[in-house]
Ligand binder design. Sequence first.
Ligand code: ADP
Ligand code: ZN
Length: 206
Amino acid sequence: MNLIFLGPPGSGKGTLAMYLVEKAGIPQISTGDMLRAHRAKGTALGLEAQSYMDKGELVPDSVIIGMVEERLAQDDCKNGYILDGFPRTLAQAHALEKIAEIDMVVSLVLDNEVIVRRLSGRRVCPDCNGTFHISLLEDEKKCPACGGQLIQRVDDSEATIRNRLKVYEDQTAPLIVYYREKGLLREIDSSGSVEDNRRELDKVLK
Ligand code: ADP
Ligand code: ZN
């Protein structure tokens, strides 16, 4: 099954995708994680992406589309995958249509103020890509999944979060209508707990 997780930053796409990776045994393809890996390695692509990411702007379509095409051609994508954070523009959706058959688009719905609260308390693990909220952590510095050192992302500052939300409204939200018209959209309320969201997801996948 080829899935897209669509939703504003901080709506829980990554956390929910990790759940499905375990359950369904298909890979999560997070363009945000891929870009951060490029940056960590200091590749040309990573250097190009850096300034956009830190401001909360989108990385140019040409860069992203090439990167995703390459990833989807790999062996582990044969039995399906979860796209997390891609497509984010109509141009990306059109490019995807040429290379993949999407079965369902899961759209996570959440209000902006909750998002700001969630993201400003978010910590991420550079080792396993896990994301956690400080309110649920025993130790704010230690990854409960792998023991790695948790950090706060540069783009999780409040001003940048607001910009990311605006970018989402302008450039990504039109995809909701786009996929609804294709009959692929399933919306889930993402305001509850992690457990609630998993249950919501199980319901739409059935
Ligand atoms: P979030 O969904 O929490 O905003 P991501 O990790 O998905 O975070 O993305 C972080 C940043 O990486 C984005 O703000 C953007 O700069 C860049 N990025 C990720 N995916 C894409 C994409 N599909 N198109 C353009 N830029 C992207
Ligand atoms: Zn970890």
